[in-house]
Structure formats: C-alpha cells, structure tokens
Write a protein that binds this ligand. Structure first.
Ligand SMILES: Cc1cc2nc3c(=O)[nH]c(=O)nc-3n(C[C@H](O)[C@H](O)[C@H](O)COP(=O)(O)OP(=O)(O)OC[C@H]3O[C@@H](n4cnc5c(N)ncnc54)[C@H](O)[C@@H]3O)c2cc1C
Length: 275
C-alpha cells in the first residue's frame, strides 16, 4: 500500500521553553539552577526573545524534537541527511523487502497523463526486476541497486531547536525542492504549536531576516514581505512584549500570510498523532 507523506512528533524535550529559559538565565545568574524559575510565561518568553535577538543560538540546543517521517522519497531523505546536527534512523533497504511499488510520484509527473504513464511503466519495470533478482537469490542489499530516487522511505529524526530553525531557513525557502519544503513547513507548524516562543518567528530565511541570500536566484518574495523576525533588535523584543496579549491573533495573522505564500506549494504532509 502506497501511503501519502506523514510527519508526526514522536517525542520532545518535556518543556522545551523552560529548558531554554533555564539555560539562558544560568549564564547570568549565580543562584542555584533549581531556583531559576520564571515568574510567568511572559517573562520566560521575553528572555527567550532576548536570546534570539542576540543570536546566542547555542542556548537553543537544550531543546530537542523527534519526528517520525513516512512516505517520503529517497530523493528527500538524501537531502535531509545533509543536515549534520540531526540524528537519523532510516528504514534499511538491506533488511526490508521493497514491494508493492512503493514509489513517490512528483506532482509535475502526476499532473501530465503522458509523463505519468512513462513514469509508472519505468517503476513497474524496476519493481519486476527487483522481484526477479530476489527470487534468483540475490540478497535485498544488492537487488536494491535497481531502486530509484522515487523509492519511498521512512525515518526517525531528532533535531535540536537551533538546527530546526536553521533547517527551516533553508528548507521552507522556495529554492528548496517541493517535497522537502512540504516536510519543513509541516514540521514548522508542529514546532510552532509545541513551543511558540522558540518557533513563532522561525521559517524561510526571508521570513526571519527580511532579506534573501540567494542573489539572482531569489524568488523575490522577500521584497514584499514584512519581516516577522523577533531576532533583529531590542526594539523588536519590546514590540514582541507589547503584542504579547494579542499573540494568538498575531500568530494567526502570520499563519494566514504563510498560507497564501508560494513557499507552501507542494504535496501537503499529513500530520500524524502528536505525543
Ligand atoms: C536550495 C538548496 C540547494 C542545494 N543544492 C545543493 C547542491 O547542488 N549540491 C550539494 O551538494 N548540496 C546542495 N544543497 C545542500 C547544502 O549544500 C547543505 O549541505 C544542506 O543544506 C545542509 O546545510 P548546512 O550545511 O548549512 O546545515 P547543517 O549540516 O544542518 O549544519 C548547520 C550549520 O552548522 C555549521 N556546520 C555544520 N557542519 C560544519 C562543519 N563541518 N564545519 C563548519 N561548520 C559546520 C554550519 O554553520 C552549518 O550551516 C542544497 C541545499 C539547498 C537548501
């Protein structure tokens, strides 16, 4: 059975915002760590915003998130594993049998009848060849040499909040491929729901920094894009605090902006059950 792509949060640091808050406050306080408590959520979040504003990003490494990612292509997983601060467990093509034509079809192929026919014929031939090799006693680890980038895979992946924000900068960007961009956007939504103080202002590079490093390859979106980042200055930190009461409204507004953004094009990821 070929399933659609899904991403779910398997587990995370129990209270990621508290972990980051304590790690930050411990840098400047001589009090025992156990006594470092925020008087309320607003003051906890204000310190987190100051950490982001001053780019003391190592503090974010104290919060981590573990995702289950299924129904994605090997093309995507090859891109994913380039992120070196993440930890991975990927379903092995050596120990599992590849069956039932578990291939991902790109939308550009699925949308063209003729292209789809060619694609599916190739996948049929590959599956048949794989099955024949296995029936001839060729081990799965060698029969898999036939398998294409379209072959589906599943992974368990852990990233800390610093790496996640970097990942979102690169992979929520329109320059990233549609499949990994869809995954990144789905992960961003999960992170924003789980730890808003750490992720509300995360996203594609332009969303966070108001500019684009892609030069002539830029999609140009950043030019009309309001910078939602809280990381630039103390002024922004103050602005964040002032709008704290309206946080839900501003988060919703930002999400609406994102929903109409081409950054979100691509196959949507279903979100599996949360914790
Ligand atoms: C649009 C796009 C197109 C791409 N095209 C290609 C391509 O054509 N060919 C290709 O090979 N790759 C390509 N990549 C992959 C890209 O080069 C990176 O390997 C990938 O995005 C991981 O990024 P990273 O190294 O910044 O992140 P991570 O590995 O997640 O590391 C995060 C940060 O940690 C630091 N860091 C990590 N490891 C080291 C280290 N060893 N030394 C010093 N600092 C380190 C760096 O600051 C790095 O930015 C592409 C990526 C994107 C988003």
């Amino acid at each position: 059975m070929v399933k659609g792509p899904t991403v779910s949060l398997i587990t995370k640091t129990e209270n990621p915002e508290l972990a980051v808050y304590k790690a930050a406050l411990n840098c400047t306080s001589s009090l025992p760590i156990a006594s470092l408590q925020a008087s309320d959520t607003a003051s906890r979040d204000a310190l987190i915003q100051r950490v982001l504003a001053s780019r003391h990003m190592s503090i974010l490494e104290h919060a981590s998130f573990t995702f289950g990612i299924e129904g994605v292509s090997r093309a995507l997983s090859h891109q994913l594993v380039r992120h070196r601060h993440a930890s991975f467990g990927q379903c092995s093509q050596r120990y599992t049998c590849f069956g039932n034509k578990e291939f991902r079809v790109p939308p550009s192929v699925a949308g063209k009848k003729e292209a789809l026919q060619v694609f599916l014929e190739c996948m049929d031939a590959i599956q048949q060849g794989y099955d024949v090799l296995c029936s001839l006693g060729v081990p799965q680890e060698d029969a898999r040499y036939l398998l294409p980038n379209a072959a589906q895979t599943k992974l368990v992946m852990t990233m800390n909040a610093r790496e996640l924000r970097h990942f979102f900068n690169l992979r929520c960007c329109t320059r990233a491929q549609w499949e990994i961009r869809s995954l990144a956007n789905a992960m961003l939504q999960i992170c924003q729901a789980e730890a808003p103080a750490l992720f509300t202002y995360a996203g594609a590079f332009c969303r966070e920094f108001g500019t684009c490093p892609e030069g002539s390859r830029s999609c140009g979106l950043y030019q009309g894009m309001p910078q939602v980042s809280s990381v630039k200055s103390e002024e922004n930190t103050q602005q964040y605090l002032n709008t704290k009461g309206n946080e839900n409204e501003s988060v919703q507004k930002e999400r609406k902006g994102r929903a109409s953004s081409p950054c979100l094009e691509g196959t949507p990821f279903a979100q599996g059950s949360a914790l």
